[in-house]
Design a protein around this ligand. Sequence first.
Ligand code: CDP
Length: 222
Amino acid sequence: MPGYKLAIDGPAGSGKSTISSLIAKKLGWTHIDTGAMYRAVTLLAIEKGINLNDEASYRFLESSLIHYDSNRIFIDDRDVTEAIRSEAVTHHVSLVSSFPYVRKKLVQLQQRAALNGNIVMDGRDIGTVVLPKADLKIFLTANVEERAKRRFKENVKKGKQAQISQVIEDIVNRDQKDSTRKESPLRKASDAVELDTTYLTIEQVVNKIIELTDKKENNHGV
Ligand code: CDP
């Protein structure tokens, strides 16, 4: 059964993963966090001690299975949900995800995972590359101070030490790398609905998107 495909893209800290996971829970749909998949590749590359700048070194992906299931991310059978949030992974993930070979591998996995059922997929290139025919595309934004504040709060909750200035720097750096890379840069699909979440609560954003999916579903029936 093909099902409904909802694509949610946006820059670092715009709330994609939190919002997508809540929408999936409310609607009983499957959520796929593609950022977690790029983070898992980065973690594995660091663990293997490869030269991170050498695209050919990522061939290890031929024999490692990265998959996202029920809000957890796995490398083969190993649950790396917590490990992928480390500072080292965050620091290197934009470099790792800039390689065409890495993207090709993960996009294949993502498209396969989205084949059946109702899916919410979040990332940077979902509306433009992974699911260009998605039923609804959302582009989430928020100003950089608000995004840094959210990420800072998340870090504090997890007991991580970080300076707000450092969080801002990380977000600005990643936005810059993600939106200027050659391969599938972060950008809004021409048919995406842009939602500025700076002054909205999580609940408001979730409800707004569900309202939009309802409208689209109704239009399908007309
Ligand atoms: O930290 P945040 O949740 O905002 O980012 P993420 O969704 O975990 O994604 C981490 C990184 O993976 C991004 O900064 C991008 O470099 C990369 N990414 C990508 O290139 N394409 C995607 N579809 C998703 C993530």
